[in-house]
Design a protein around this ligand. Structure first.
Ligand code: HEM
Length: 314
């Protein structure tokens, strides 16, 4: 803030000092009038969340409870990890959040425990059942949801603004975007355009073309066995997947290959027969499932698996 910087050379006479002081006051007044000074702070930070609710913070959030691992990761990626005072039970990255008080699950967190942490902001997803009770108690709530890359970018910038770091979310997104381009350049040539079936943990749903995971696959030049018209994470029947005959299956370690082969018709699927399955261990799968700041790492993990499967043309 150069307007508030002291002049480097001190004027010699009292008159000159007085004139300088007047200039400083005038500049400071102009600074405030332009909205950069404490008056702007007093006006607070206006945020719109994914319920369409407008929230006004008097100052950047300093005591944050986050009920979504991806939002927890985002706060930390924006260099505000020290503002977190509580997290949900799934938060495990970065390592320092494991030491924070846990307030329960993403949707059924314990209200008393949250209140006891005296948060000035609670981050959660729009379908969380605790949003309304918390608001009734006068606690500020920001409900954010990221189903697509565009959502992720918006969520990152919203969290950045909530923590008093406008622009930092956009800057972070640009780094991720560059990371996706770099990952694409590493996809082995034979895999370009091949169709992936990406099964969401638990095995009942898949990431379609229109989900953030599907968009990542698209950025890598890969196809998707599940069209975006079905919604981002549609429930899939085993028969649909057999008919779609994907080139490669991507699953969490939960969906072991032997269990998948036992699904009706799946043992005949070429991806199963040729062993073209990327099965990601829990910590790796976490980063795939979280629309957060490790999107580039998720893309790297996908590329790494494809490379390990060899050339699909052979
Ligand atoms: C015991 C059951 C489950 C647990 C503990 C669990 C946990 C999680 C966690 C921690 C995330 C990361 C959220 C984030 O940080 O943004 C996540 C994401 C996700 N989960 Fe689950 N999950 C469960 C069951 C399911 C089931 C059955 C489905 C599918 C019908 C599902 C679909 C998803 C989807 C689509 C995401 C991506 C991001 C989002 O929309 O939140 N989950 N889950």
């Amino acid at each position: 803030m150069t307007s508030h910087a002291l002049p480097q050379r001190q004027p010699s006479s009292t008159a000159a000092t007085a004139a300088t002081a007047v200039r400083h006051i005038a500049r400071a007044a102009a600074f405030v009038a332009l909205g950069f000074g404490s008056a702007a702070h007093a006006a607070g930070i206006r945020l719109e969340d994914d319920r369409g609710t407008t929230l006004e913070l008097q100052a950047p959030a300093k005591r944050i409870v986050s009920l979504m691992p991806s939002l927890t990761e985002t706060v930390c990626a924006l260099d505000a990890c020290d503002r977190l005072v509580g997290v949900d039970r799934h938060a495990n990255w970065p390592a320092q959040v494991k030491g924070l008080p846990q307030v329960g699950g993403m949707d059924d967190a314990n209200i008393e425990r949250i209140v006891a942490l005296k948060p000035d902001l609670v981050l959660l997803r729009p379908r969380s059942r605790v949003a309304e009770p918390l608001e009734r108690l006068g606690i500020k709530v920001l409900a954010l949801d990221a189903k697509t890359h565009a959502d992720m970018r918006r969520v990152m910038e919203t969290v950045a603004r909530a923590t008093g770091k406008p622009g930092a979310g956009e800057a972070f997104w640009r780094r991720l975007d560059a990371g996706l381009d770099a990952a694409r350049a590493r996809v082995p040539a034979g895999w370009q355009g091949r169709r992936v079936y990406f099964e969401v943990h638990g095995g009942v749903a898949a990431a379609s073309e229109s989900s953030f995971i599907g968009e990542t696959l698209g950025r890598l030049g890969l196809g998707n066995a599940v069209p975006g018209t079905l919604g981002p994470f549609p429930k899939m029947s085993p028969e649909f997947v057999v008919r779609a005959d994907p080139d490669v299956l991507m699953v969490s370690a939960l969906g072991e290959i032997s269990a998948m082969a036992a699904r009706p018709g799946w043992s005949a699927m070429s991806a199963i027969q040729r062993g073209r399955v990327c099965s990601f261990a829990s910590a790796r799968f976490d980063l795939m499932m979280r629309p957060g700041p490790r999107l580039d790492e998720a893309a790297d993990a996908i590329v790494g698996c494809l490379a390990s499967l060899g050339d699909p043309r052979r």
